[in-house]
Design a protein around this ligand. Structure first.
Ligand SMILES: [Zn+2]
Length: 94
């Protein structure tokens, strides 16, 4: 299938820059957008322990990658594409 998505990092003009993250797709309901959940540990100095946290990041899902719920994906920061979306899926890990 030919990819004609102008926001695709490979076939369009949407160069990734900034931070790269890996996370799990928890929602693919929106068209060409997925919600990616990432786990990270935040250290709390007061209690000298780390706290597990989660963040949900809306990311653009190009047609040529087509990530689905349950996939583990790499995402990269890119230009802002909408009010909440400024990440793009760059590949499926598994
Ligand atoms: Zn593409």
């Amino acid at each position: 299938m030919e990819c004609r998505d102008i926001r695709c990092p490979v076939h369009g003009g949407n160069a990734p820059r900034g931070i790269n993250l890996t996370g799990k797709v928890v929602s693919d309901k929106a068209k060409r957008t997925v919600i990616v959940e990432t786990d990270f540990a935040k250290y709390v100095y007061k209690y000298e322990r780390s706290l597990r946290k989660r963040s949900r990041i809306p990311a653009h899902n190009p047609e040529c990658i087509n990530a689905r719920t349950g996939n583990v994906v790499n995402i990269s920061e890119t230009r802002r594409m909408s009010k909440t979306k400024s990440f793009v899926v760059t590949g499926i890990v598994k």
